[in-house]
Design a protein. Structure first.
Ligand SMILES: CC(C)(COP(=O)(O)OP(=O)(O)OC[C@H]1O[C@@H](n2cnc3c(N)ncnc32)[C@H](O)[C@@H]1OP(=O)(O)O)[C@@H](O)C(=O)NCCC(=O)NCCS
Length: 256
């Protein structure tokens, strides 16, 4: 039986719309600009700003965003995103699968607290700092972007905030983050520094980005570091990784 075109249901159809880009035979447009012109005239950082925000950055915003990318590009082999990526490569997977596995590990306690921090800052910009910190501690809720496994002062934050001050990008969210750090220390009796996630969370808000986009900045940057590690694993290491140290703590000698 042949079904006439007019008899086909059409409700399932969804419209695909985008304000980001369009590629055609004649031209590729990104946020309204011709891709060839962008390729000739813009840096990668400027083009990232444009693609994510829909507008061109000022010179100072470019310097700030570039610094954010450089500061989070890599942080050693020990972190979960790199060890997982390298293990995935060593097990004989594709390069892209290994990189994706590494990126997939980013979470609230490693590289993925930026959105939590940005949302917390956004929600509490007009609140009493003493009160919000007290509430978090009482509810046993860790404030995203504060504290670090090895740092009491995160040098990456210090550098980024200095660059922000030099480039007119240190705004009300960076100030709020600094005040929360001081209040946390007062109430917890120990320094829980603004870590790299917290610094980026505050900075991207002061740059005018949406908090729901916050984790993208770390992902963009750390992908480069992970690619370098995956390539090193692929070209310089033997196949297959096994834990060199582990301890069996289960029972032994059970009989069936
Ligand atoms: C990064 C992190 C996992 C380090 O944890 P850690 O090594 O266990 O932290 P510490 O040993 O320095 O501190 C533990 C104490 O500080 C508190 N604490 C740590 N980070 C806190 C935070 N961000 N907000 C509130 N309290 C926090 C803990 O609740 C704990 O309190 P307790 O001793 O009363 O139980 C932790 O600080 C955290 O979860 N931060 C929030 C998430 C984040 O920013 N992740 C990105 C890391 S780059």
């Amino acid at each position: 039986m042949t079904v006439k075109k007019s008899e086909l249901k059409t409700e399932w159809k969804t419209e695909w719309k985008t304000e980001i880009s369009k590629a055609s035979k004649d031209e590729t447009i990104i946020r309204g600009y011709n891709l060839e012109e962008l390729t000739n005239k813009l840096t990668f950082t400027e083009t990232i700003f444009l693609t994510l925000k829909g507008e061109l950055p000022t010179e100072q915003q470019t310097k700030m965003l570039n610094a954010i990318f450089v500061s989070s590009i890599d942080h050693g082999i020990e972190v979960s995103s790199v060890t997982v990526a390298r293990c995935t490569m060593a097990a004989g997977n594709q390069f892209n699968s290994a990189v994706a596995a590494g990126i997939g590990t980013l979470g609230k306690y490693h590289g993925g607290a930026i959105e939590d921090c940005a949302k917390f800052l956004e929600q509490n910009i007009n609140e009493n700092i003493e009160k919000i910190v007290k509430q978090s501690i009482e509810n046993k809720k860790r404030i995203g972007g504060f504290g670090h496994k090895i740092y009491t002062t995160d040098p990456r934050t210090q550098t980024l905030f200095e660059i922000a001050k030099q480039n007119n990008c240190f705004g009300k969210y960076c100030k709020l983050a600094e005040n929360i750090e001081l209040e946390l220390e007062k109430q917890k009796g120990k320094k829980l520094c603004i870590n790299i996630d917290g610094a980026i969370g505050a900075l991207i808000l002061d740059l005018g980005f949406d908090s729901t986009l916050a984790n993208a900045f770390f992902i963009i940057s750390r992908t480069v570091g992970i690619c370098a590690h995956v390539h090193e694993e692929k070209t310089k290491e033997k196949l297959v990784r096994r834990l060199s140290e582990s301890e069996y703590i289960g029972e032994t000698g059970k009989k069936l």
